[in-house]
Design a protein around this ligand. Sequence first.
Ligand code: ADP
Length: 272
Amino acid sequence: EVAAKIARFTARPASRRQPADVPALEAKGVHKAFGDLQVLKGVDLTVQPGEVISIIGRSGSGKTTFIRTLNGLEHMDSGSVRLHGEPFISAGASASGAHLFKEDFRLIRDVGMVFQSFNLFNHRTILDNVLLAPLYHGLGTRADLEAEAFHYLAKVGMAAHARKYPHQLSGGQQQRVAIARALMMSPSIILFDEPTSALDPETVDEVLGVIRSLAGDGVTMVIVTHEMNFAFDVSDRILFMEQGKVICDDTPANIKAGLYPQLRTFLKNLTN
Ligand code: ADP
């Protein structure tokens, strides 16, 4: 049954299905400054349906800022994001922030997000946490959504904890719940912003394992991560950012083959 639910990621309704050559997400020329500090200097990213992309690079290179511009959490000064070929986000004409195309409040639900710090509601049970958004958006009856919630909680190994509160769980368990919460919206793409950075070392692997299994299911994902071995293992492409620019966007195999001398210090940290 979980497999059937997951299949919805690839079997979109006909009205939303796009030809295979239309990227799931396409960001072009993203610029962003904080005051005088130019943090993004024209970043491009194309994600095909089913692709897993990891974004790596030194601390402060702009990875988090970039992934947050992809769903409007951070406003961009110039550039644009298209989702399934449709305009999704453009630079705001006003100072108030990113402009979400009006018709695309529908699309924003299509982009899942998993944060470094989980962002669960602490006064709500695990079950309520994963039910809130789909109930709010009227995606089904409470009974249907509860059944779906248990499917996804089972998928991340957390069904037995449905009645607990976030503070009763480890960081790794909370992050797995946050992933189930993202899955509940049947997003066509999930963005991960350093999903394991806030975790105790012993719980990192359980979260990476869940992300790995989603990759196996064909879920389209963009992952900002410091977990180099994981990134090289799970990704179709790796973006390496430095000082607000993408200096490498290629397959793990090509990068490992040494095509990018500037990545040498980084690659030294890879095992095998
Ligand atoms: P990374 O994720 O690669 O570590 P970030 O995108 O978090 O990089 O940060 C890039 C740069 O932007 C850093 O110099 C950081 O200090 C700065 N920065 C990030 N967010 C803000 C903000 N809200 N206000 C001012 N500067 C910021």
